[in-house]
Design a binder for this molecule. Sequence first.
Ligand code: MSP
Length: 507
Amino acid sequence: MNKKYYITTPIYYPSANFHIGHCYTTIIADAIARYKRLTGFDVFFLTGTDEHGQKIENKAKDAGVTPQEYVDEIVDNAKNLWSSLGITYDKFIRTTDDYHEQAVQKIFEKLYNQGDIYKGKYTGLYCTPCESFWTETQLVDGKCPDCGREVHEVEEESYFFKLSKYQDRLVEYLESHPEFIQPESRKNEMINNFIKPGLEDLCVSRTTFTWGVPVTFDPKHVVYVWIDALTNYITALGYASDNDELYQKYWPANLHLVGKEIVRFHTIIWPALLMALDIPLPDKVFGHGWLIIDGGKISKSTGNYKDPREYIEEYGVDAVRYFALREVPFGNDGNFSEESLINRTNADLANTLGNLVNRTISMSHKYFEGRIENKKVATEFDESLINLVNNLTNVVEEKMSNLRIADALDEIFEVLRRCNKYIDETTPWILAKDENEKDKLQTVLYNLIESIRCASVLLQAFIPTTAEKIFAQLNTELNNYESASFKENNVFELNKPEILFARIDIK
Ligand code: MSP
């Protein structure tokens, strides 16, 4: 049985100033990818960078370098950030990669030849010094939002994609595939606010800048934004190249994970393009909420953030991952502050998880020199703990299949909280005072260690570095998904306890 899972993040605008909000999509995608691998899927996880366009061209000019030199330098910043977050992507696509540019050209030609792209005139508000087009709503006090100068209406020759032609098919598709857009509220927004009022044809080329993929049959035009950006999801797999093995294997995508502001492009333009190309549509587009600060989106212009690597260095990679995965409720926005990062880390990672592991391993060393087996002397509290553990893979699967990542994590922590309660209930330190209770004491510790082990199997998807440390302390290699149910006959030769998360003081 070949269970494949193709998951993508958006391709990022290259930047030297990524913030924790940027990391959000990628951390979630990584947790899903790791979870799918853990549960036996053949996963292909794609991320990358969206490198063309006027803005990059302008920035390169300001920096006195070519656009290619400019992007080459900052793309490394993204790769470096993803590596410090432990992101396990299978491919990193750059829209400046040759194979991508060639495929985009072929796609553009095909759509033109079959009549889905035509030449027309684009009218827009243009700022000459900035060489940028703006929409009415982007203007600030009727002026250019970048430099504050006058804009004027200009007409430009452009190619258009016949988006309007696909309007009815789109509505029909979205209505007959209620799972396609998640959360569902966003589906209604797309249909009622954007599609039903009428789709206009889409401008897909520009002549006012050159940093883009040239249109082969009319090279003063470069392909503008969406045909270049969205198609990365298929060109990365070799679509329209000599070798499309990956495309045959992994397309259609199981999940495009995107921020809520780009759901529209992924659920209207992208499906319409795929319909035009006669390619099957992806299974699902999930539009997640943002990490916000003081009610506003984290942004470079407000300067309300640190480089995420500073948080990683200070609190550890899993503190940052855990925060992103746990703090934002399904599809909604979540607040970010350094204080809430610290509070989460202290409450869940240092207390619930870290203390539990530390106390359990320490007691095992103190009372049994670290060698623990199941003496099978039951207490009245065992059954409810073991039942909870044995149900864990099911409830986590149920949450993960609905992309309820924070809830899935909470289910794992429910087991950890239950373990802490089990320690209070069974009071091992009192059992330890009675020679006749030695076997019961060892059983209690066995139950705890086995429960921690099962929970840690699942934690590997979310906080992999910590899970690895726990397995090292438990000194066991039983960490595969199939082993995530309570076993009666393991024997543990534990290593020395080491603190997983030290409590952080708020400065
Ligand atoms: N290049 C386009 C996507 C093209 S996809 C074919 C783009 N790039 S981006 O760099 O601006 O954004 C990349 C991702 O980061 C998006 O999913 C976006 O929602 C996410 N985030 C950027 N800031 C964010 C927060 N503050 N919080 C959560 N995610 C946000 O859009």
